[in-house]
Design a protein around this ligand. Structure first.
Ligand code: NDP
Ligand code: 13P
Ligand code: ZN
Length: 348
């Protein structure tokens, strides 16, 4: 008997473009949400566009989150209960957006995603990525009912946030390679559509890399569309597998070893150079990934990430411990192997 089933949850309204923030009220109005909106944001986005968002959502309350973590999710849940929030609006980068989508899931209320930076591909996904002690969970969370991404605001954000988003997408190459490896070696469930979409998104971004330049609103447009597409791939797969492999384990480990040193996207980009080498050897994809990151002015070395060689090697040799996700790192690589890959690819 055929007994497979799937449940793909996608946003109803995705509004991307110049001045899109002014359409937030309409985009939310179409969702027939009721009750007090609670804006979950971090200091910079709140300062830059908080008032514009509050003007669009009458009676909105605001809660500021500075860090990612279960404690912060609980704080938002408490704040939402206090004001009897009808729905949550994640405003900012990956941290407030993840926090809001996880709190919404727990509260069973709607979630709206308003990215102010093209820095990560969680703006559309129904996944939350959250550290806890020695591990980092990738958990099912409330996918956004609407995404409103103002390319004018995003183009105005510091350029490195956009290059971080580009690197997060480029890392799909190695994430998909890891996923396919896990299918072959461990029988992990694989989605052809999810894998193909994630890979195609990375290819399209690399093909358009010449158009991605500081200060160009068109760059924000290209990158946001790719981030949306990558998030949809995660929703199709029902996991972060299409966009998160060993390069993400490496980045999550860095967040523990050297917190706050570099942006998530930049860390996964450097991780992707090295894990591509581990997949294919010296003549493979790693050089294309390196070239693409370099052409975007994204970090390609430990020093670019503000890391010592030892910190980088520690993260690479222990990344497999972060979670039970089979990747090219297997049950761990030796320090000798890690040094060889890092030196050959010019990362250290
Ligand atoms: N759920 C998923 O599928 C995914 C989740 N993630 C998660 O997202 C997080 C990474 O996202 P990232 O966006 O880098 O993290 P942050 O939310 O910390 O944002 C990065 C920085 O950008 C600043 N910022 C945001 N918007 C603007 C703006 N318009 N102008 C100036 N500064 C701005 C923030 O400032 P300030 O702190 O001062 O407010 C912060 O310092 C990680 O926790 C990662 O695991 C990443 C990819 C996918
Ligand atoms: O960052 C991600 C995709 O870019 C997802 O990370 P997790 O695998 O930790 O959920
Ligand atoms: Zn990522």
């Amino acid at each position: 008997m055929f007994d497979k089933s799937t449940w793909i949850r996608l946003p109803r309204n995705v509004v991307v473009g110049h001045g899109a923030l002014d359409d937030l009220g309409d985009a939310v109005g179409e969702l027939y949400l009721s009750g007090t909106p609670l804006i979950v944001t971090s200091p910079s986005p709140n300062q830059i566009v908080g008032d514009r968002v509050r003007e669009q959502l009458s009676g909105a309350e605001t809660v500021i989150v500075a860090e990612a973590g279960f404690e912060q999710v609980q704080n938002v849940i408490d704040a939402a209960r206090e004001v009897d929030a009808g729905y949550l609006v994640g405003l900012g980068g990956g941290k407030p957006i993840d926090t809001a989508k996880m709190a919404s899931d727990e509260l069973d209320v709607g979630f709206v995603s308003v990215p102010t930076a093209a820095s990560h591909d969680g703006i559309v996904s129904g996944r939350g990525s959250i550290p806890e002690g020695d591990t980092r969970h990738s958990v099912a969370a409330e996918p956004p009912l609407a995404v409103v991404a103002d390319t004018d605001v995003i183009a105005d954000a510091p350029w490195e946030l956009t290059t971080a988003g580009c690197a997060d997408i480029i890392s799909n190459y190695t994430a998909v390679a890891d996923w396919q490896l896990a299918r072959r070696l461990k029988g992990v469930e694989y989605s052809e559509y999810g894998g193909a979409l994630a890979r195609m998104t990375a290819e399209m971004l690399v093909d358009n890399a010449d158009l991605i330049r500081p200060g160009l609103e068109e760059s924000a447009w290209i990158v946001v569309k790719a981030l949306v597409s990558s998030g949809v791939a995660m929703s199709i797969a029902g996991s972060s597998r299409p966009a998160s492999g060993a390069e993400h384990l490496f980045s999550h480990q860095l967040d523990r070893i050297a917190p706050g040193r570099a942006l998530h996207g930049h860390q996964v980009g450097v991780g992707s150079i090295m894990t591509a080498y581990l997949h294919d050897g010296p003549d493979g994809l790693w050089q294309d990934i390196h070239e693409a990151l370099e052409s975007l002015d994204a970090p390609t070395t430990a020093a670019d990430l503000g890391l010592s060689d030892d910190e980088l090697l520690e993260a690479l040799t222990t990344a497999h411990e972060i979670r039970d996700r089979y990747t090219v790192l297997g049950d761990g690589i030796t320090e000798k192997a890690a040094r060889e890959v890092a030196e050959t690819t010019g990362v250290i």
